[in-house]
Ligand binder design. Structure first.
Ligand code: PGA
Length: 241
């Protein structure tokens, strides 16, 4: 069964105090959210500890935004699976386009990070998606399939979420048409041997377009950046109609 998963990606936002302030409001607004849905918050590393304590006994799952492939070592600025699981992290984003664009992530490092997450029992959210230039050149399908093929070598499809995030739609307010996102996500699913992998859409998901996005048959949830920073707005998103 494909699970509905809505995840907030806070990127480099929120101090510990701001994270707790968000949770206080957000936790009180979930009574009507679909019981079967998974709600995930991917905070900055510095907030994970306080978030974990505050989420104890709540249905909200804790996520990180990256994970290194080694358990320890001379990797300045990185974080390991042991460090994340000790705090209670159960999801991590891997291969976000901002990591690929600004921090040199490649399909090969993405693959290593996916396998490391899974070996620690952390469910990775693998991000794939094309740039505007690639879309304009009609390369969307080829780019996405190529990213998947390289990222998924020896990856367990039973413990994986994929997020289709067209790069031109991230943080731009320029959402991909819901029907087009549905088409590409259907294509992604057709490439997978396991048909139960949850596939999210991400890129300018807002309170005013979530209902249409979630109405699409292939779309199993959303990865939400900017609109996950405000507790009331993100609550409206997880309470989609
Ligand atoms: P956005 O970001 O919702 O602000 O477009 C999505 C993401 O980067 O995951």
């Amino acid at each position: 069964m494909r699970k509905i998963i809505i995840a907030g990606n806070w990127k480099m936002h929120k101090t510990q105090a701001e994270s707790l302030e968000f949770l206080q409001i957000f936790k009180s607004k979930l009574e009507n959210a679909n019981e079967a849905m998974e709600i995930v918050l991917c905070s900055a590393f510095t907030s994970l500890g306080v978030m974990s304590k505050s989420l104890h006994g709540s249905r909200i799952k804790l996520g990180a935004q990256n994970i290194h492939w080694e358990d320890k070592g001379a990797y300045t600025g990185e974080i390991s699976g042991d460090m994340l699981t000790e705090i209670g992290v159960s999801y991590t984003i891997v291969g976000h386009s901002e990591r690929r664009q600004y921090f040199g992530e490649t399909d090969e490092t993405v693959n290593l990070r996916l396998k490391a997450a899974q070996s620690h029992g952390i469910r990775p959210i693998l991000c794939v998606g094309e740039t505007k230039a690639q879309r304009d050149a009609s390369q969307t399908e080829q780019i996405v399939i190529n990213q998947l093929q390289k990222a998924l070598v020896d990856v367990d499809l039973n413990n994986l979420v994929i997020a289709y995030e067209p790069i031109w739609a991230i943080g731009t307010g320029d959402t991909c048409q819901a029907t087009e996102a549905n088409r590409v996500i259907g294509l992604i699913r057709s490439q997978l041997d396991n048909k139960n992998v949850s596939i999210q859409y991400g890129g300018s998901v807002k309170a005013n377009n979530i209902d249409e996005i979630m109405a699409q048959p292939e779309i199993d949830g959303a990865l939400v950046g900017g609109a996950s920073l405000d507790a009331a707005t993100f609550a409206r998103i997880v309470n989609y109609q």
